[in-house]
Each structure stands twice: as C-alpha cells, then as structure tokens.
Design a protein around this ligand. Structure first.
Ligand code: GTP
Ligand code: MG
Length: 420
C-alpha cells in the first residue's frame, strides 16, 4: 500500500539520525530532571538544626531544577532549519514546494515572495499562518488564500510569516525540518539584518541559482556575509531551471561544466566552506517546477514522468532525489552536532557543579562530626547518618550524571558516524 511504502521510505531517511538522537536525548534529560529534583529534595529535607546546608545553597540547588527544565524545553523544540536564498524568480519557493511535494508557497513570475516565510510542521489536519508580532492563527484553506493573505498585508520584507502545515502531509515536516523562504537577495538592502534575524540558527543554506544565467554578485556577497558570521556554514547550490538547457542540447555539457566549475570554486576557494571534493557533493542541476509537477502526479497514483516539461526528465528527477538525500544527511548530522553537543556539555556542567556542592556538604558534615564528637551523642548520630546518606547520594549522583552525559555524547558521536 502507499502508506507502507511511505513509512518504509521514511525509516530509511537520513533525517532519522536526528529524530532518533533527539528522542534519546530527551529521554536522558527526563532522567536527569528526575535526579536533580530528587537531589534537591534530599538537600532541602536535611535536618534544619544541624546547619550543614545554608539557604543560599538550597537556592542554588533549586536553580539547577530550572536550568534543567529550560534545557528540556529547548530540546523539545529543537528542529533542523534550512534557509533558501537567491535572486528573485530563480525558483526558491518552487524548490521548497517540490521538497514538500505540494504547492504550499506562492510562486510565480516577477517578485513574488515579499517577506520571510517559514514553513513548519504542526499536529492535526489544519494549516494556518501566524504573522510576526501576533498570536492569531489565520486559517489557510488553499494556496490562493495563502498568497492573498501574504500580499494583502503590508509586511516589511524582513518580517517573518510562519506557516504551520500538517506534519503528516510530508515526511520532512514530520521529522522536524523547518523551511525558510526569503525574498530575492537582489531586491533587499538589509541583507545584514536578514542574516542576523533569520539565518544565524540555520543548519543548512540552499542557494538557488538560475541555470540560464550565472551567479551574480548580489548572490555571492550575501553568502560571503553569511560565512563571515557563521563558521563554515553548510551551503548547497542548486542550478535550477535546468530543463531550459534541454532545448540547447549541443551546449548542455559545456554549460554544465562551466556552471559546475564556478560553483565549486565559489564554495571551496572563495567562501572556503568546504574542500573541492566536498563541494562536488553540494552542487546540483535540477528543475524544481518539473519535480513538483511530477510529485503531484505521483501523489494521485500516476507516473511521475507525466510532469515532465521536456526531454531528459529522468536525469533531472534523479538529480533532485540525489540532492534531497545528501541534504537530509547533511542537515541531520549538522543539527545533531551543533544542538546536542551543546546540550550534553551543559548537562555535564550542571552535573559537575551539583556534584561539587554535594561533596562540599559532605566534607562539612565530616568536620562537624569530628568537632561535635563526644559532646552530644544524639546529634553526632544524626550527623553521622546524614553523612552516610550524603556519601551515598554524592556517589550515586556522580555516577548517574556521568553515565547520562556519557550516553548523550556517545549518541551524538554514533549519530554522526551512522550510515543509513
Ligand atoms: P521570488 O519569490 O519572487 O523571489 O521568486 P522565487 O525565487 O521564489 O521563484 P518562484 O518559485 O516563484 O518561481 C518563479 C517562476 O519560475 C515561477 O513561474 C515558476 O513556475 C518558475 N520556475 C521555477 N522553477 C522552475 C524550473 O525549474 N523550470 C522552469 N521552467 N520554471 C521554473
Ligand atoms: Mg518566492
């Protein structure tokens, strides 16, 4: 059945590297959370009259509960983000639609996208959009309505519209990929603001070029700025509208070679974001319009080639699939690395801090026992029992936090080396 095929395809998606790592790390943080709460209660419930732990320490312990819960909140919301850039009409919105297998974003000739549009998955069956600075969920029934909603508004070009699309309609949204569409880099004067507002947390950038012309200075300089602000951003280059080259068969190979060389030089020598060998895995020649057509036929159970615009459909279609696979692998690994490595080192810090505090408390109770030894038998006994509890909890704490952090780190590194 179609749904079986779909779930089979999804399980083999490299996005699962991220999905599985996220699930595991969430589980680990649930455990850390329980443990931190448990330890806090233990410290809080220590006998007041013995004076081993002061108020400030108790508050500090409590602050770890908040820290851990803040990390858990971020973890739940963690996603993979891809941002698309390029000149007006190169087909940025069409590429996103092709990947989402549906006409979601408005596309068309002329200057269409007039602000940033973020597409993200949402549970349930209803699509809606939310404008920047508002909580109102505007229902979106169809694409025309969406296009109108986007046009009617006097939106500033650097503002963000969030489009929530039912997760179950596309595996990329289901697996937490968030898409950011942008207005053409040639029509904006605020590229710096764009980068600061919408790009700093992107895991992957896709530069959509028009294969009929050549990379422009506006496009290049945008990515120069990006690579100055981010160290080694992941950049893919799509030479879109490659269907147009099919009409000029005799030049096709030489045009491809020329574009390819320029793109490889741009990534490896100009931006220096990757080696030439890596760059070869980042440049593709595709037709977004055709791929989208093909997928719309496919979704109706018809053969994809019905969506062909011109000769050479299979090759272009496969190249798009190849792009998606490499993209999924890249974004998945990059997001695991940047996001979860950070979480595991923060987890380690919290663990170490708490452990140190517990050890201090333990040492103090030891000193206290010696000082008060022989004075009041009953008090000494109580300190002694507190002390042995402390020793046990300190040891456990050390072991547990150590194990958890170790597991997070192991998960991150296996995720990064995992072959699908
Ligand atoms: P702006 O939003 O205005 O910046 O443009 P954009 O980059 O989002 O381009 P869009 O996706 O709106 O596409 C512009 C026009 O080019 C539309 O009419 C698309 O149908 C068409 N188009 C997009 N990709 C292709 C392609 O691969 N081949 C052909 N032949 N046409 C395409
Ligand atoms: Mg657009």
């Amino acid at each position: 059945s179609i749904s079986e095929n779909r779930s089979f395809a999804n399980d083999k998606s490299p996005l699962q590297i991220f999905v599985k790592a996220k699930k595991r790390i969430n589980d680990i943080y649930d455990e850390i959370n329980e443990y931190v709460i448990e330890t806090f209660h233990f410290v809080n419930d220590l006998p007041h009259d013995i004076d081993i732990v002061d108020k400030a320490e108790k508050e500090l312990f409590e602050s770890y509960i908040f820290k851990v819960s803040a990390i858990r909140e971020v973890l739940h919301r963690d996603h993979m983000k891809v941002a698309f850039f390029g000149r007006t009409s190169n087909g940025k919105s069409s590429v996103i639609n092709a990947m989402l297998k549906d006409k979601i974003l408005p596309s068309g000739i002329g200057h269409t996208t007039n602000c940033f549009c973020q597409v993200e998955g949402v549970d349930g069956e209803d699509a809606y959009l939310v404008k920047e600075g508002s909580d109102e969920k505007l229902n979106v029934v169809n694409i025309k309505q969406l296009a109108n909603a986007l046009c009617q508004e006097k939106l500033s070009e650097s503002s963000l519209v969030r489009i929530f699309w039912p997760r179950e309609r596309c595996h990329l949204l289901r697996d937490d990929v968030v898409f950011v569409d942008s207005p053409g880099v040639d029509v904006s004067a605020n590229l710096d603001d764009w980068i600061d507002n919408h790009c700093l947390d992107a895991d992957v950038f896709v530069l959509v070029l028009n294969a009929e012309s050549t990379m422009t200075l506006a496009e290049k300089s945008f990515f120069h700025t990006v690579s100055k602000k981010l160290s080694k951003p992941n950049v893919f280059v799509l030479n879109n509208r490659w269907d147009a080259a099919a009409d000029e068969m005799e030049f096709q190979d030489s045009v491809r070679t020329q574009h390819l060389e320029r793109c490889l030089d741009f990534l490896s020598k100009e931006l220096k974001v990757c080696s030439e060998k890596e760059a070869a895995e980042r440049v593709f020649f595709v037709s977004a319009k055709e791929t989208l057509n093909a997928r719309i036929f496919e979704s109706k159970g018809q053969p994809p080639h019905l969506g062909a615009i011109t000769d050479g459909f299979q090759t272009r279609y496969f190249e798009f699939l190849d792009f998606e696979r490499k993209f999924e692998e890249c974004i998945s690994k990059s997001a695991v690395k940047t996001k979860f490595e950070q979480h595991s080192s923060r987890g380690r810090n919290i663990g170490n801090d708490m452990h140190l505090m517990l050890e201090n408390i333990y040492d103090r109770s030891n000193v206290m026992k010696k000082e008060k030894g022989g004075v009041k038998k009953k008090l000494t006994d109580r300190i002694q029992s507190t002390e042995s509890n402390l020793m046990q909890i300190t040891r456990e704490m050390k072991q547990k936090i150590h194990n958890m952090v170790e597991e997070v780190e192991k998960k991150v590194s296996t995720a990064l080396n995992e072959e699908i």
